[in-house]
Design a binder for this molecule. Structure first.
Ligand code: PLP
Length: 375
């Protein structure tokens, strides 16, 4: 068997007729940049997420950068985020001359710990960037409460949880990415809503921020050749938008297929004390962008080799927390500063999860994992 982390071929085969038709339409009218497909997809996504504004852009990293550029921050202003995430979250903070303030996560959900956010606030703190890691939401009741108390912006990094729903303590439900002042996502091909190249989007309900961010993605112009802001060039191209427009109506079914695989894994590993399976918080559902185990006293390198030898892809998300990354070493942090993230980095392992996994493959994978950890 050869089981990839993500089966983009298999998913394409199922949607081929629709996708090919929509790509052909873009080719027929040659509207490659800002063609009708881009506006149509943005409208569809606004409706799906229940937000007023979706601003498409070139990738998820740009989405985060544009969100931060819209907040009129000064060099040295601090933005609090998790140390256990993909680098993009902190990279844009650093690029803009702002100061990333890192905090630890919960051991079970691996999401940012609101108490740690509270403890990291200083007079320079301007924003919080929770990352909805691996497909489930961070504790947004607490995070929004902290933000309101201290007058901070919240930018949700929703690159991994598009389609997840958050349930507030008062019963109100909102889609991940539609809760903070701004939400950001990525349409990188392996994401739950993946394009066939790079893509991203920014969401907000705030008209003023939307107007500014629409200008920022387009060289800071509202009127052609009149530049009101320092901007960047960050566009979702029409072919990617056409593909995403076809895929969006299937997003909830994609999440169901991912949950099927996750449930299969959870029950196969339920009696194995060497493996901790993912926990879902009661305030969120989980769209399983990644299925990530925590290994307890298992030789991870050995398990990775055992799986790879059998043709089973696997990956470590993430092997090094941000505070231990060479480019981000900082006198404020040392080894041991964030013990939970460090422990997770040493013990996590992600297994294949996508929309095309079948029982035969799932059995093959779980048998292979158990064979190794039980020996
Ligand atoms: C949590 C997180 N934030 C940001 C990004 C950046 O997205 P992109 O690769 O589209 O720039 C990613 C994607 O890899 C991500 O996983």
């Amino acid at each position: 068997m050869n089981i990839p982390m993500v089966d983009l071929q298999g998913q394409y085969r199922k949607l081929k007729t629709e996708i090919d038709t929509e790509i052909q339409k873009v080719l027929d009218n040659s509207s490659y940049i800002n063609g009708p497909a881009v506006a149509e997809f943005a409208k569809d996504l606004e409706k799906y997420l229940g937000v007023k504004h979706v601003i498409p852009c070139a990738n998820g990293t740009d989405a985060l950068q544009v969100a931060m550029m819209a907040l009129d921050l000064k060099p040295g202003d601090e933005i609090i985020t998790t140390t256990f995430t993909f680098i993009a979250t902190a990279e844009v903070i650093a690029l803009l001359g702002l100061t990333p303030v890192l905090v630890d996560v919960f051991e079970d959900t691996m999401n940012i710990n609101p108490e740690a956010i509270r403890n990291a606030i200083t007079p320079k703190t301007k924003a919080i960037v929770p990352v909805h890691l691996f497909g489930q939401c961070a504790d947004m009741d607490e995070i929004m409460a902290i933000a309101n108390e201290h007058n901070l912006f919240v930018i949700e990094d929703n690159a991994q949880a598009i389609g997840a729903t958050y349930t507030f303590k008062n019963g109100k439900k909102l889609k991940a990415g539609a809760i903070g002042h701004i939400g950001c996502t990525s349409f990188f091909p392996s994401k739950n809503l993946g394009a066939y190249g790079d893509g991203g989007a920014i969401f907000t309900n705030d008209d003023k921020l939307a107007e500014q961010m629409r200008a920022v993605v387009n060289h800071g112009m509202k009127v052609r050749y009149y530049h009101d802001y320092v901007g960047i060039n960050s566009r979702l191209d029409s072919i990617q938008a056409a593909i995403l427009k076809v895929k969006l109506p299937h997003l909830d079914d994609f999440a169901k297929a991912r949950n099927y695989a996750a449930n299969y894994y959870n029950s196969a590993f339920s009696n194995c004390d060497k493996i901790t399976t993912p926990i879902t918080s009661n305030f969120t559902d989980h769209v399983f962008h990644q299925y990530t185990l925590v290994l307890n006293n298992v030789d991870r390198d050995g398990l990775q080799k055992h799986l790879s030898d059998k043709g089973i892809s696997n990956a470590v998300y993430y092997p090094v927390p941000l505070h231990q990354q060479k480019a981000y070493l900082d006198v404020r942090y040392t080894d041991g500063s964030f013990p939970i993230a460090e422990k997770l980095a040493a013990n996590v392992l992600s297994l294949p999860i996508h929309t095309e996994l079948n029982d035969e493959q799932l059995k093959f994978i779980t048998d292979a994992v158990l064979e190794f950890v039980r020996n």
